[in-house]
Design a binder for this molecule. Sequence first.
Ligand SMILES: [Zn+2]
Length: 347
Amino acid sequence: MSPTVLKPRCKSHALLAYEALFRQVLPQYRKHESIISEYRKEKAGYDGERNVDYKLSTYPRKDFLVVQGIRLKNPPFYFQIDTLILTRRFICILEIKNQKGTLKYDANLKQMVQEIDGKVISYKDPILQAEAQKTHLREWLAMHGIFNVPIEALVVIAYPSTIIENVQGDPGVYNQIIHREGLHQHLERVGRNHPNHLLTNAQLKKLCRVLADEDTPLQTDILEKHGVSGRHLIRGIPCSKCHTYPMKRLYKNWQCQKCLATKPKAHERVILDHFLLHQPTVTNQECRNLLQIDSPRTAYNIMNTMGLHKSGKNSARVYHAPPLSEFPQDSSFPFNLQNHIAKQSLD
Ligand SMILES: [Zn+2]
């Protein structure tokens, strides 16, 4: 009975890249203020979205198709939608907000202000943001020959503990900014306003296919953003037990020189982290440098065993990053950092 998820949520490129950076940066740079603060922002956004994903998954409509996060091009712009609900009767955009504390929405000033821990932070008007996405999506749909489907948008506050204040008491706002807990009722309301089938099954199916093809996740160069260069990064594979590096290649295995732990596939994470941090390709030479090995044959075997797509011949051959959705979603951090971040996130 639950909605069908067409595209399950995966971590953003930026979030995966921060996790990679924590693994690959030298220990003395790990607690850099700006890196941790940007990481926490990305993580909070992802957690908020997951929280709403869960609520939506319990909505008893099986004719709802859900895209959990998509970024599309409406030239010359890109627009990103946190959650897109597709039905034959209407389309609904969810703009998800993860702020905690008190959120004051001023309909006259078109402003949202968060009050938390004695601080006041102002944000872009989420209703205007959602309206802008509607406009982009309408134009995008028109480019793909779909003109007849109404688009709705809801701003969803992800955490029940967040207090929403509608400063002007504008009644329209109550149907535009909602709590996660009210999602089902608001989807009912939206559904009642659009009782008729406007898209055929074939049109909806085609739309799903085009959406999947045109999704263009944002790639963020976080090394440049934080001024991190090669000299800040670990060379070779760090041991996942004691964090000593580099592990040594030993008969199709990797061994830590300090604690003697072994891990046959220890290279995989380092190569995937390279894709997230540096560029979406790797050459044989770059691979040897990353893993601190001398043998081109070993590098060749390693990359082939990983099943990476390749292009070019001989010395010009490059191996390509898998799509973002295929990156491992589990985050493994050096211990100390895990504690540090967990402590800061408690609220
Ligand atoms: Zn070790």
